[in-house]
Design a binder for this molecule. Structure first.
Ligand SMILES: Cc1cc2nc3c(=O)[nH]c(=O)nc-3n(C[C@H](O)[C@H](O)[C@H](O)COP(=O)(O)OP(=O)(O)OC[C@H]3O[C@@H](n4cnc5c(N)ncnc54)[C@H](O)[C@@H]3O)c2cc1C
Length: 604
């Protein structure tokens, strides 16, 4: 049981351990030998995470009635196929998914006929496998390692249903370049002889943040610089007692904090409020970020959710006709109105618009809750707190308590839920440069971060742990933003509330975004240099992503047709919010699969 009511399912609950990993290794060994090119038709999927897995199922289902042998080469940087880096089966069990298990299903009936007749959703799967007396509920949470095990089970199931004429070959190899061939076909230069009739890129978060810091910091002798905290086992290199700067205060910061404390033998005690007993092996953590604000946590939200009042499909359909839109003038006012309505309708227990408006009108302006208090709560911290740290501790305790009430009872959580629920509607307006270039830039720079901070936070139990770590002194809070790193010949220092703190390590705990022109990914930089992809430019705004057509196919610099498609994170920028386990959202993998039969069998 988690420390705040919801069950947290781990691999131990389904009796899963080293034996399962050994089975995987032998399965991988059996299916990772590249057959001679021979008479196969070849297809490539680059990226072995969940999106690659989903796309594979679509590809096999689309090709199931073809005649003639077809081999799908599935490339990944390592052999963690199906789970990818984020749901690695070998990671510590305290690293949790960020929403409840009811939302996770890797097989969907919403798609056309599949070679897989049926496959359970995560709740059903745990129920069938668990050795525990407890029954899983949709609102429970799970370790990411358990979700990885579930995804891998789906891969086994896909292999069980492979038609005879289709082979899947898993290749643990990073693809760094492509060569265009006549007819839109592709070769990967290090693999001579293979001609791919179609390629899907589902490379996930493969970008690099390291250009954000000067070499004086990242290459300073003796200084530990982590361009990403994953896999968290890398952080074992940090000595106990050292002072560590952590850039980013979001979901990855929570992972870092737990890896360096619970992962080093520290223990949390209690139920409502947690306390922390250190093991003595922890370093001291100094987190900082652009806003220096923690996220708002979430309980498992499944059945009981806030219902939007003003934002609706009709609203989105009306706005679609006006594209390109300006986020601040066309969308934000209605979003703000909805946030206020969510807050006060929940407070009053009434969705009667007049009653809610009358109540709000009677409140003095300064007392009225609005989007500014939700998104930028630190604006007036000096009025009530002796220090910024005292404000953060109070803010965390308050948001934890509100999250535990749930969004149908807590006005704050109802307001925070608005963006989460409205994102699919706004995504329809955003996609394919639906905002003007200037508005696109402003939305990504100023709004997307604060909105995500309040709506897509970690499970409550993890935020309670972070708060316990702050109270124990293991995490030292930043002052009012901005905090800055400085470097001189001897040391790297972080500005903290009472001066400068020398740090011996820096962990970049931000998820890097695509920055094509900065070349922050080797494969995409190579494709860009060769004109095989083109940078996405909205008016004058250079988005950093690649340009795609409506089917997710890359647009080349010369306009020539290349059978290369993208799915998942490489489509961010063109679409909004594709970064989840969802099979339904922006399913470019299914669109790609529809093109395969023609590319494989009808064209020679
Ligand atoms: C730490 C973390 C936790 C998350 N937790 C959740 C969660 O709880 N729930 C949720 O819905 N979402 C979560 N997400 C979002 C997550 O990105 C998606 O759920 C999911 O992992 C996306 O799957 P994907 O296949 O697109 O990408 P990934 O899972 O990132 O897989 C991409 C794979 O492609 C490989 N690759 C990249 N480039 C190449 C190349 N050139 N050649 C060969 N291989 C390559 C990578 O090594 C990687 O294995 C989390 C993300 C992170 C970073």
């Amino acid at each position: 049981m988690g420390k705040c009511g919801a069950m947290i399912w781990t691999r131990a609950h389904i009796g899963c351990g080293n034996r399962e990993e050994r089975c995987w290794q032998s399965f991988y060994a059996r299916h990772s030998r590249l057959p001679d090119p021979g008479s196969f038709r070849h297809i490539a999927v680059v990226g072995g995470g969940p999106k690659g897995l989903y796309a594979l199922e679509r590809a096999v289902s689309a090709l199931k009635d073809g005649s003639g042998k077809c081999c799908i080469h599935w490339f990944n940087s390592d052999n963690f196929f199906a789970c990818g880096p984020n749901f690695r089966t070998t990671q510590p069990e305290f690293l949790l998914i960020n929403f409840c298990i009811g939302h996770i299903r890797c097989h969907t009936r919403a798609l056309p006929v599949s070679v897989i007749p049926s496959f359970p959703d995560l709740v059903e799967w745990i129920a069938a496998k668990t050795t525990s007396e407890e029954r899983p509920a949709a609102e429970d949470f799970a370790s990411r390692a358990l979700v990885g095990t579930y995804l891998r089970d789906y891969l086994y199931c896909l292999f069980d249903h492979l038609p005879e004429h289709i082979e899947i070959c898993m290749v643990a190899r990073e693809i760094t370049a492509m060569e265009p061939l006549p007819g839109g076909r592709i070769a990967f230069p290090p693999l001579p002889g293979y001609v791919y009739r179609s390629v899907l890129l589902c490379t996930g978060h493969c970008y690099d943040n390291s250009t954000s810091f000067p070499d004086e910091i990242t290459e300073k002798p003796g200084f530990l610089y982590f361009r990403s905290p994953y896999p968290v086992a890398l952080l074992d290199a940090i000595p106990a007692g050292d002072a560590v700067a952590v850039l980013g205060m979001g979901l990855s910061f929570t992972d870092v904090a737990l890896a360096l404390t619970e992962g080093r033998g520290g223990r949390f005690h209690g139920r409502d409020t947690l306390t922390y007993s250190p093991s003595g092996s922890e370093p001291l953590l100094y987190p900082f970020s652009r806003s220096n604000l923690p996220m708002i946590p979430r309980m498992g939200i499944y059945h009981k959710t806030y219902r939007l009042f003003y934002l609706s499909q009709e609203w989105a359909d009306r706005l679609k006709k006006k594209k390109p839109l300006d986020f601040t003038s066309d969308i934000l006012p209605v979003l703000q109105k909805e946030i206020c309505f969510a807050y006060y309708s929940t407070l009053l227990g009434s969705r009667e618009e007049n009653a809610v408006s009358e109540y709000m009108d009677k409140l003095p302006g300064a007392q009225r809750f609005g989007w500014k208090q939700l998104l930028f709560p630190a604006a007036q911290w000096q009025k009530e707190y002796s220090s910024y740290g005292a404000f953060i501790i109070d803010y965390m305790a308050h948001t934890i308590a509100e999250a535990e009430k749930g969004e149908c009872h807590s006005p704050l959580m109802a307001a925070a839920a608005v963006w989460r629920i409205a994102t699919p509607l706004v995504a329809q307006l955003y996609e394919f440069c639906g905002f003007t270039g200037e508005s696109h830039r402003e939305f990504l720079k100023n709004w997307y971060g604060p909105l995500s901070r309040v709506s897509f936070g970690p499970p409550v139990v993890n935020m309670k742990k972070v708060l316990a770590l702050i109270r124990s002194g293991t995490i030292r809070l930043p002052g009012e933003p901005p905090a800055q790193l400085r470097v001189d010949q001897e040391q790297v220092m972080l500005s903290v509330p009472d001066g400068l703190q020398t740090v011996t390590a820096l962990i970049d705990a931000r998820i890097a975004r695509a920055a094509l022109e900065k070349g922050n990914n080797r494969l995409y930089a190579n494709l860009n240099d060769k004109g095989l992809v083109t940078p996405l430019v909205n008016d004058t705004f250079r988005v950093g992503a690649i340009t795609l057509d409506r089917n997710g196919r890359v647009i080349t610099a010369s306009g020539s047709v290349l059978q290369v498609y993208a799915y998942g994170t490489p489509t961010e920028g063109t679409v909004l919010d594709n970064d989840s386990l969802s099979r339904e959202k922006h399913n470019f993998g299914a669109l790609w699969a529809r093109t395969l039969k023609e590319n494989c069998y009808e064209k020679t």
